[in-house]
Ligand binder design. Structure first.
Ligand code: G
Ligand code: G
Ligand code: MN
Ligand code: NA
Length: 254
């Protein structure tokens, strides 16, 4: 409860920040996009990781307003990157169930696109498998609202939820993000290796893009590249970067 009260203050008092984690295209090892990750700098608790407050935001019905803040910040970051000559980077935003099901989301996005027209081709939304598990027709309808506005859709943490393969068949998704738990084990564990390489092959055969999360070593990156993974994200390339350091870090080559 104290946490809930503090989170209400956090939005009003500007205690949230976005950290941006680089995504690298294996073919040329260049920066291709960024994932926005919410951070809370609490005056009394210090830096609180999202695992400890996202579920409280959901429970307290604060995820939608905080999510609007995340979307507007992300649009501002894209506009700022464009001003610095970094126009072709994509920016991925995590959406929770409540956010995808929010009937006001399309109107909010239309407002953002009026203010930040360049965001249309650059924004991506990440949805988790658990989110997709309930009410498939409504979920597909919500996803189509996003697709109609030019946004790309990714399935996050792929492989950790239920009935993954049926999503691939039914849902208008563009990108699959293989969960980091598979990447961590891929060079030590034959099953993880087989899951990774066959998932990459399947996703590409379906004409979708595949991202590996949690890439921590050069050996992992090399193997992922050899097996035609499109994009990597992980501490090997960069930790998430505070928004105020982003441009200088990109200009310095990360
Ligand atoms: O940053 P990381 O390191 O600890 O993030 C943990 C999880 O928190 C992410 O996998 C993501 O699902 C969730 N998360 C991070 N930022 C946001 C956000 O802006 N909105 C939502 N809905 N979830 C987020
Ligand atoms: O949205 P999602 O749950 O996938 O968010 C990604 C999470 O993974 C974030 O919490 C981020 O900080 C974390 N992360 C990103 N790269 C790495 C990595 O290379 N290793 C580990 N252990 N965690 C990572
Ligand atoms: Mn994510
Ligand atoms: Na993930």
């Amino acid at each position: 409860l104290a946490l809930e009260a503090d989170l209400k203050q956090a939005l009003l008092q500007g205690q949230f920040d976005l950290h941006l984690q680089p995504q690298i295209r294996f073919s040329d090892r260049r920066l291709t996009g960024l994932e926005a990750l919410l951070r809370w700098q609490s005056p009394s608790r210090g830096m609180v990781p999202p695992d400890e407050f996202i579920s409280v935001l959901e429970y307290a019905q604060l995820m939608i307003p905080v999510g609007y803040w995340v979307i507007e910040q992300s649009c501002q970051i894209l506009a700022n990157l464009q001003q610095q000559g970094l126009a072709d980077l994509r920016l991925a935003i995590n959406l929770s169930t409540a956010q995808l099901n929010d009937p006001e989301l399309p109107a909010f996005l239309d407002k953002m696109l009026k203010l930040y027209p360049q965001a249309a081709g650059s924004l991506e939304f990440e949805l988790t498998e658990s989110l997709l598990a309930s009410n498939i027709p409504d979920t597909i309808a919500s996803m189509q609202q996003l697709k109609a506005r030019g946004f790309r859709l990714a399935i996050d943490d792929f492989g950790t939820g239920y009935s993954s393969l049926s999503y691939l068949r039914q849902m208008p998704v563009d990108i699959i993000k293989i969960d980091k738990s598979f990447v961590f084990g891929m060079l030590d564990n034959q099953a993880d290796f087989d899951i990774i390489t066959s998932t990459i092959a399947m996703v590409r055969k379906l004409g979708l893009e595949v991202v590996a999360e949690g890439v921590e070593t050069q050996a992992q990156a090399k193997t992922l590249q050899q097996h035609a993974c499109d994009i990597g994200q992980g501490y090997l390339f960069s930790r998430p970067i505070p928004s105020n350091e982003l441009v200088s870090r990109i200009q310095a080559g990360l």
